[in-house]
Design a protein around this ligand. Structure first.
Ligand SMILES: [Zn+2]
Length: 453
């Protein structure tokens, strides 16, 4: 018997946990955390206690109570007895939190498969954050074109373009036929040919089931979406304008979107400015240089990259004040004073949580701020209001330039039509019912329900 069960990503964007069983082989496609996990019970500092293992999660049904899945030490207060693994593998599509966030709970004896790029992202997150722990797994890495054997099941990972490098879709050959899992995909990105390759292979596999993301499956897009090339053109325009006025340029984007980093880097270099990043971004880049396929600049060697260090005590910068992982880039340091005195030499990555640096930098009124993420979902977003208060206070000019990590509704509809699966299961979407309107063969997942193929 071959079946699919969905324990996350059902009617929500993110939190994918898809269980695929084929006879005695049981494997997971992603094991992520929902963006709004437990938000009915937990908020701010009220959070599940780590010392209670999975107890606080099970209390509110935030994770499935399955035997033979979790690490023994996390089950102590849960009433769910420990059993050796009943699952053969976890396959990760990419390193975004909503696809990998819960792997730390898994029994370390269950092998975790992921792309080599994803492995580097997971390591960088653990090394630069005091509270990230993905657990001690046996990791097995793959590249596109590999064939992975899990029992009698063969899995083909194929690279796709998404807003993080090292992203994959999967074609799983089961005894009932091929099951295709998209992970997260986009068609308009700088590496769109990778997505096309995946879609082509998916079509050729004549799948009995397609588990498809549907982030942008909406009746009306609320956000402006550009292509990455349009973002680059827009950033250059802003820098050129700032050059003419002798003004500074700040920007913010998702730090792990290295395509967006490259966009800002390219624009900065083209306009004769250096790009100023955080120590965390420098560290990530430095790790990713290991993967020559990603072809990213090395912050240790590339003179176009500078690193902004926050002051740890008044008026002084001392090596010992910084974490070990922050120190390798100290000779690339620029300070608030450098930015204030020579505004047209740099463009600076300024994350919302680091806005206090503006108090030290004191940019001239009329300096520019590029917001390169999706706009907030709601009008009453508190962070959004606070951000605009800061921009107004320092009289920074706001620009929004963003390209989504996901296929548009039209692109996705065409892709699904051309793959022509026997059944399509929408996940990672707030609007699964839209799939039913578009496709006769759509099956809407219900949490924990088993669908036999
Ligand atoms: Zn993603």
């Amino acid at each position: 018997m071959t079946s699919l069960q969905f324990f996350g990503g059902v009617g929500e964007i993110g939190g994918n946990k898809v269980l695929l069983e084929d006879g005695d082989v049981r494997l997971w496609l992603d094991f992520g955390q929902s963006f709004n996990m437990g938000c009915d019970y937990f908020t701010g500092w009220l959070q599940p206690r780590s010392q209670n293992g999975l107890g606080d999660y099970f209390e509110f049904d935030l994770l499935p109570r399955l035997r033979g899945l979790y690490a023994e030490h996390l089950l102590a207060n849960t009433g769910l007895g420990y059993e050796p693994p009943r699952f053969d593998a976890v396959l990760l599509s990419h390193a975004h939190f909503d696809h990998v966030g819960h792997i730390g709970f898994l029994d370390p004896a269950i092998p975790v498969w992921c792309g080599s790029g994803t492995k580097l992202f997971l390591e960088a997150a653990e090394e630069t954050s005091g509270f990230t722990d993905y657990g001690a797994h046996e990791y097995r890495t793959f590249r596109t074109g590999d064939r992975i054997r899990i029992g009698h099941v063969e899995v083909k990972p194929i690279h796709v373009d998404h807003s993080i490098p090292g992203a994959y879709g999967f074609i799983v050959h089961t005894s009932a036929g091929a099951v295709v899992y998209t992970g997260d995909i986009r068609a308009h990105g700088p590496k769109h040919e990778m997505t096309e390759e995946f879609l082509e292979a998916a079509r050729a596999a004549e799948p009995v089931a397609l588990v498809s993301e549907g982030t942008r499956m909406v009746t009306r897009e609320r956000r402006r979406n550009l292509s990455e090339a349009q973002v680059l053109a827009g950033v250059k325009r802003v820098i050129e304008e700032a050059d003419g006025e002798g003004k500074a340029v700040f920007y913010t984007h998702n730090g792990r979107d290295t395509d967006r980093f490259r966009t800002f880097y390219t624009a900065a270099v083209a306009c004769g400015r250096r790009i100023v990043v955080t120590p965390r971004t420098a560290y990530l880049l430095w790790k990713l240089v290991e993967d020559e396929h990603l072809d990213l600049p090395d912050p240790m060697r590339d003179g176009n990259i500078a690193v902004y260090y926050r002051r740890k005590r008044s008026g002084e910068y001392r090596e010992g004040d910084y974490y070990r992982w922050e120190r390798p880039f100290l000779d690339r340091m620029v300070t608030a004073e450098d930015l204030r005195r020579r505004p047209t030499e740099f463009i600076m990555d300024l994350d919302f949580n680091r806005f206090t640096e503006l108090i030290d930098i004191r940019p001239e009124p009329g300096s520019h701020f590029i917001y390169s993420m999706s706009e907030p979902f709601t009008e009453d977003d508190i962070e959004d209001r606070v951000m605009h208060n800061w921009l107004d206070h320092f009289r920074l000019r706001y620009h929004q330039l963003h390209a989504s990590g996901h296929m548009s509704r039209r692109e996705l509809t065409e892709a699904i039509e051309s793959i022509n699966p026997r059944r399509v299961f929408p996940v990672h979407t707030e609007n699964p019912q839209l799939f039913s309107k578009l496709f006769d063969h759509a099956v809407l997942p219900e949490r924990g329900k088993r669908f036999t193929l």
